[in-house]
Design a protein. Structure first.
Length: 210
């Protein structure tokens, strides 16, 4: 039986994790799988994997861009809320979110709006993760995101989608992301992907005794 299904969006992020850590996951009845990149594939693949392995819980890990310089590049952050940004109407300063339009992503039973509180956010301190269809490319992109969601501290492209999959399955979800760069900075020489993923690995290993 798989206790924890650990999802990683890309092979690049997966390759940053040590062999010792990956073997430790298996010894602790865990399963490490790719869920794919972006808001579409990650949600679909997460749904398939949850149905296949029926885990007790899901853990989404990977990197994220900090929306504020107060968050240090290279540190790991856990999130208690996943928010969708970019689905609605318009763009730029004229963007209108689904919430502002009065729409829900799913209206029946377990309703799903723009924001999902994670079932297991006890370690998150209420940190808000903004899931975007495309990452910030400029300081203006960051400004627009924060104007709409001032509580957001980082952006990714999978968190909300995986949270939807877990909500439909009734499976608890945790999201731990390593801060690899400041959002809007597309100069990858400034990014610290490996440091960010190792910080995530260290956090999980400490909890699980890996």
């Amino acid at each position: 039986m798989i206790t924890t299904l650990i999802l990683v969006p890309t092979q690049m992020e997966l390759d940053c994790l040590s062999e010792r850590f990956q073997k430790g996951i298996e010894k602790n009845n865990g399963r490490l799988e790719l869920c794919g990149f972006g808001v579409v594939v990650s949600g679909i693949r997460a749904t398939q994997l949850i149905a296949e392995f029926a885990p007790k819980r899901v853990l989404l890990i990977g990197v994220a861009g900090a929306l504020s310089p107060e968050w240090q590049v290279g540190e790991a952050v856990e999130f208690g809320e996943a928010v969708c940004y970019g689905i609605g109407a318009g763009s730029g300063d004229g963007f209108i979110s689904a919430r502002e339009m009065g729409w829900k992503h799913w209206p029946r039973g377990t309703e799903i709006a723009d924001s999902i509180q994670l079932a297991d956010g006890s370690h998150s301190n209420g940190n808000c993760l903004l899931t975007c269809c495309s990452a910030s490319a400029t300081e203006q992109d960051v400004r627009l995101r924060l104007e709409n969601y001032p509580k957001a501290i980082a952006e990714d492209m999978e968190g909300f989608s995986v949270a939807v999959a877990c909500r439909f399955a009734g499976t608890p979800l945790r999201i731990i992301r390593g801060i690899s760069n400041l959002a809007g900075d597309r100069n990858k020489s400034n990014w610290r992907l490996r440091d960010a993923m190792l910080a995530v690995e260290k956090t999980i290993s400490h909890e699980a005794g890996i």
